[in-house]
Ligand binder design. Structure first.
Ligand SMILES: *Cc1c(COP(=O)(O)O)cnc(C)c1O
Length: 376
């Protein structure tokens, strides 16, 4: 038996819809599934429009270009995120300015944003890390005060809610990913949600090589080919039909994890949910508390030997070569990253699987404790 950290579940209308694409001959980036997937996704996210792309990174890039991001500009980005968030800023020739993490939610530390704003700052990209919404109400206030745009990186948080509103509808636009390990998938794929008609028009123009909407094969600007295919959209539509069930199961799994770890909280910090938020648990994450953090990598090895795949919490951007920064302190992100483990979180897991994982974590920690005290 092997338990993966993430796995897609493709037991809805995926095969049927993909077969329709093949039978009808619409396998490229035109077709009815694209139209329907974008419409349904906008409805789902609670926005007027949704624009699909070929992956989440291009969705981010496209959103930033459409908002006018240019060389010399600065964008506020959490240091604790997946690298695509920062990379998309660099693709525009702009500079990501890193902010430390909140110790509870792991999201961008809102009390440290304003000190990083300069004359060059044009926007903020909050990330809803592992499915917990960032503090959008506070972030929107800061953005308004300093005249900044906000792009939500919601790649890990489909259907998460902040004070009753879905993520992706809380900034100038929201960006989603449909990579194979995300909450719903199209294989590779992305989406930008927005209420702005002008932004939507600009996104569609840039997505399709910058071709004039009035004159075919006339290109007034340098654009991109970032289009999703009808086959991807067919899978996406079938996935979207099942998202309520997926979310319900993710929440059940996280509750079971919480319950089973409840007698082990001296060692393990379970996910925190801040008031007003609906967490969708893209990755159920535990942090080893205090001095126990030194066992993190060894524990992951033990779990691996038992057929349990885990992942370390993301390395913060400031630790890696492209964004290396040892002049500023990011202590919270360093701690969370060094002590955190993503456990298997996907809808194909049974309750017995979760029991197996938790038992293995507990036994692993106990063994490491004993061995460690023996050496001393
Ligand atoms: C997955 C992810 C992306 C990028 O999505 P891809 O579809 O893999 O390009 C961007 N940001 C975050 C936070 C992600 O987790």
């Amino acid at each position: 038996m092997r338990l993966n950290v993430a796995e897609p579940s493709l037991r809805g209308n995926e095969i049927d819809y993909v077969n329709q694409c093949l039978a009808e001959g619409w396998i490229s980036s035109n077709g009815r599934f694209i139209v329907e997937f974008e419409e349904k996704f906008a409805q789902f996210a609670g926005t007027k429009y949704a624009v699909s792309t070929n992956n989440g990174t291009t969705a981010l890039h496209l959103a930033l270009i459409a908002l006018g991001l240019k060389p010399g500009d600065e964008v506020i980005v959490p240091t604790l995120t997946y690298i695509a968030t920062a990379n998309a800023v660099v693709y525009c020739g702009a500079t990501p300015v890193l902010v430390d993490a909140d110790p509870d939610t792991m999201n961008i530390a809102i009390d440290q944003i304003e000190s990083k704003i300069t004359d060059r700052t044009v926007g903020i990209i909050p990330v809803h890390l592992y499915g917990h919404p960032a503090e959008m109400v506070e972030i929107s206030k800061i953005a308004k005060k300093h005249n900044l745009w906000v792009v939500e990186d919601a790649a890990e948080a489909h259907a998460a809610e902040h004070y009753g509103r879905k993520v992706g509808s809380l900034g100038n636009c929201g960006v989603f990913s449909f990579f194979g390990n995300k909450i719903i998938t199209t294989g590779e794929g992305g989406m930008i949600t927005t209420n702005s008609e002008s932004l939507m028009t600009r996104l569609k123009f840039l997505r399709s090589q910058g071709m004039s909407l009035e004159k075919r094969y006339w290109f007034p600007e340098v654009g991109y080919n970032y289009r999703m295919t009808n086959v991807q959209a067919a899978i996406g539509l079938a996935q979207l039909e099942q998202i309520d069930d997926f979310l319900a199961r993710r929440i059940e799994i996280s509750k079971l994890y919480n319950q089973l770890f409840s007698d082990f909280t001296a060692y393990v910090q379970t996910p925190f949910v801040k008031t007003g938020n609906k967490h969708v648990y893209w990755m159920y994450t535990i942090n080893l508390k205090g001095k126990h953090a030194i066992f993190r990598d060894k524990l992951m090895n033990i779990l691996d030997e038992k057929g349990i795949e885990t992942r370390p919490v993301f390395y913060p951007m400031h630790q890696m070569p492209p964004y290396f920064d040892d002049k500023n302190k990011y202590d919270v992100a360093d701690n969370l990253s060094g002590s955190g483990i993503n456990l298997p979180t996907h809808v194909n897991l049974s309750d017995a699987d979760i029991h197996y994982v938790v038992e293995a974590v507990k036994l692993g920690i106990e063994t490491l404790q004993v061995n460690n005290s023996g050496e001393n």
